[in-house]
Every structure is written in C-alpha cells, then in structure tokens.
Write a protein that binds this ligand. Sequence first.
Ligand SMILES: Cc1cc2nc3c(=O)[nH]c(=O)nc-3n(C[C@H](O)[C@H](O)[C@H](O)COP(=O)(O)OP(=O)(O)OC[C@H]3O[C@@H](n4cnc5c(N)ncnc54)[C@H](O)[C@@H]3O)c2cc1C
Length: 447
Amino acid sequence: MAWKRMALQGWGRVTRAETLASRPERQREVAPLLLAPEAAPGLIAYGGGRSYGDVALNSGGATLLTQRLNRLLDFVPDTGLLVCEAGVTFQDILRTFLPRGYAAPVSPGTAFVTIGGAIANDVHGKNHDRHGSFGDHLAWIELVLPDGRLVRASREEEAELFAATIGGLGLTGLILRAAFHLQKAPSTHFVVHERRLPDLQSFMAAFAEVRRQATYSVGWIDGVARGGQLGRGILQTAEYATGEVPRARPARERRMPVDLPALALNRHSVRLFNEAYFRRVPAAGRERILPVEQFLYPLDAVLDWNRLYGKRGFYQLQCVLPDAAAERGLPALMERVAEAGAASFLAVLKTLGERGRGYLSFPLPGFTLALDLPARPETPALMAQLEAMILDHGGRVYLAKDACLSPEGFRRMYPELPHLQAVLQRVDPAGRMRSDMARRLQIHGAA
Ligand SMILES: Cc1cc2nc3c(=O)[nH]c(=O)nc-3n(C[C@H](O)[C@H](O)[C@H](O)COP(=O)(O)OP(=O)(O)OC[C@H]3O[C@@H](n4cnc5c(N)ncnc54)[C@H](O)[C@@H]3O)c2cc1C
C-alpha cells in the first residue's frame, strides 16, 4: 500500500506525468487509498496504460495502478456471465475462456487493455455495428466512490451513475468489479476474407455492403497514398471458423529493441512499407484461417511498437463522422494529413453502429478513422485544423486517443457533458478524481 513517485506516460509517449502512485493488491485496500492524505491533491486510476494521451495521467497528483486487481471471481457457463476485478485484461479473458468456448463480446485492438479501462472509455471493437460497445454488455459495476463508499450501479440501480461511469474517463470513482456477458465462441479461429480496395470511395462502398452482413470488419488504409489512390487499402471481414482449423502454434512476441530514430520514419520509408502491405493481398483477394488473437490484436505481436515513432512519440487522431457526412469529410481529412506530409503508417477505418450508453461514449453511427501522426513541432497546429474539420462535419474525437482537443471543441462534440457534471457534483463535490485530461478539457466546469 506504499506510495511511490513515478513517471507515467500515455501510449503515444507524447504525454507524461510525474505522480505519486500506489498499486493495491486487494479490493479492501482501495477505499483507504482513495481517502489517504496522499490522494488529497486528486487521484486517477491507471489500468493497462493503453490510452494514447492524458486520460489516465495525473501530473502532480496521485494514481492508483489497478493491474494487480485482476482476479476472475465468478462465471456462469449457462448465461456466460463473468464477474471479475477491474484489472483483468482481455488477454486474461482470451487465455482462460477461448479454449472453453467463450469470448469477450467486444474487444479493442489490443489485449493489454483492462476491464476498468474498457468501461472508462466505453471501448468498441471490429464488431460495433453488430454488438455495440463494451458498456452495452455490462450487467453491473461496483465502484468505490471518492468518499470511500462502495456502490453497485446498473441500468436499474444508480442508473445515472452507471451512464456516467461508462465512458466516464475514470472520474466517477474507482471501478472494483464488473459483471458482463461473454459470448459463445464456436472456434479458436476466424475465417478472414481480405480484399484490396483501390481508393476511399470504393472502400466506403464496400463497408456499406459488409457492415450489415459480416460480424467483424476492419479497414487498413495506406495513410500516405494521395490523388487517385487516396484511401486505398485492405478490407478484412471475419466470422468464426466452423470446420477443422490449423493446429495452434505458440504465439511469438517480439519487442521493439530500440526507439527508432526520428529520421528512419520518413515519407519514403512509410511509402515503401505501405506499398508492400497493400500488395501482400493478391488483387483477387484471399481467405485465411487465423487464430482469434491474430485477427483481433495484430499489433500485439510487437510488444512495444509505440517505440517505432522514436523518443518524441506520436499523436493518434481517431474521429467518427456521421454516415451522412463521411463521404465528404473523410477524404478532406485524409487529404489534409497527406498535404501536411504527416507520414502515417496504416490508418484504420471502421464503421460504428448505435450510440453508446455512457454520457461521454464515443460511438455514433458512422465511419471512424484512426491515424498516427508523429510528434513534430507543427503537429498540434495540424491537429487543431483537423479538430475544426471534424466539428464542421458533425463528428467527434475519441478521448481514449486524445492529447490535443480544445475544451470548446470537446463541449461541441460531447453535448451530454452536463449530465456527467451533474453526477460528479453529487458523488464527488470536492473533485477528488482528477486527471490531466479533465484539467485540459475543463471537464469539471468553466470553458
Ligand atoms: C494498439 C491499440 C489498439 C487500440 N484499439 C482500440 C479499439 O479498437 N477500440 C477502442 O475503443 N479502443 C482502442 N484502443 C484504446 C484503448 O482500448 C483504451 O484507451 C482503453 O481505455 C485502455 O484501457 P487501459 O486498461 O489501458 O486503461 P488506461 O489507458 O490506463 O486508462 C484508461 C481510462 O480508464 C480509467 N480506468 C482504468 N481502470 C479503472 C478503474 N479500475 N476504475 C476507474 N477507471 C479506470 C483511467 O482512469 C482512464 O481514464 C487501443 C489502444 C491501443 C494501444
């Protein structure tokens, strides 16, 4: 239960925080830590550290590291209801349950995310059109409020606190336990279809067709192609395999041995990489049978791939544009990024279905685009231009990835903020839960 000075950073390595951190091992240690004098300047939870920006950082304040609160507590095979501590990761779930025929209903693109982090950002996966976001599958959560009280929240009980905590950026208290339904997984493998799309228009048309049929879909876009090739890439769709599957080979994890020097990642090297990536799928397309984790978490094969962008790090911009605006808005955004020479490796394009249950849930029906932008002195100015363009198209930026959004832009993108603020007034009038993002976006007031 000791507190220790520590430097933490966001996954993009642009945002850092000096903080006083403690790593509880048991649930009963959490309330006393929340009330400890060390936490008085404000406290936030830090889960798997997979958010790119400052949502889990608390400079000059305190941080609770939740990864040791990672016990699976109960499982009912008939209903698939799992109860677990909030530090359990998607990797824990996959390794324990996939061999038994169950999987998380919704999963982000890395298995190192914790359940607490998945709730606090209401994460989505490659099946959002079909299965919504993580909050849609929660039966209940139990959290320690900033005053040390333990409460259960669900759609029926403490419904406003429930909606404020889903996508609530960790500001309503510390999630201790959660109950949610795993889904039946008929195989440990997916049948994955891949096809090349020559430009953004054909990509979006292909998505329009597959989003209602395929359970999983994701697009990998060449972030540097321009002109007639703007938005070209590979569309993958997947379903659980039904027949024989190849015998699983033990997964190999690689590490990025060093930070790549900033110069190594220039427009030329990215172009070569992207060209090779595009051509690896034959023009006629292909079908492969892949282990579930290889399809869901392709980037996890290289453990600390965020070092690819060198010591200066990178920003990730993920936005969603409503369906009606996406056809005009997405090319405009991609052209602006390409014009600025902000070499992005692969960008990710997905479709989203219904809105989330949380007041600050990110999803809305439309197209979501995620781009990595290497950190350079001019990048924040570019991000500000992109923010304005996203607003003009009625879209919003995903806070799990954000380090740049303005408080005013945030308010226009998330009009339900006053509902969250009302809950925070009730459960945390002294504002004990704090983060660098909450201060930057003035979540508790002002702007
Ligand atoms: C390679 C990669 C791919 C990704 N793909 C996707 C994707 O496909 N879809 C998607 O939605 N996101 C995606 N993300 C983003 C990621 O899912 C979110 O940022 C997620 O919230 C990270 O969870 P974490 O456990 O790492 O928590 P952190 O990043 O450490 O924290 C995130 C938030 O959760 C809060 N929190 C954590 N634990 C608790 C707790 N016990 N109680 C209260 N609050 C808590 C923190 O305070 C913070 O506000 C991806 C990230 C990476 C690096």
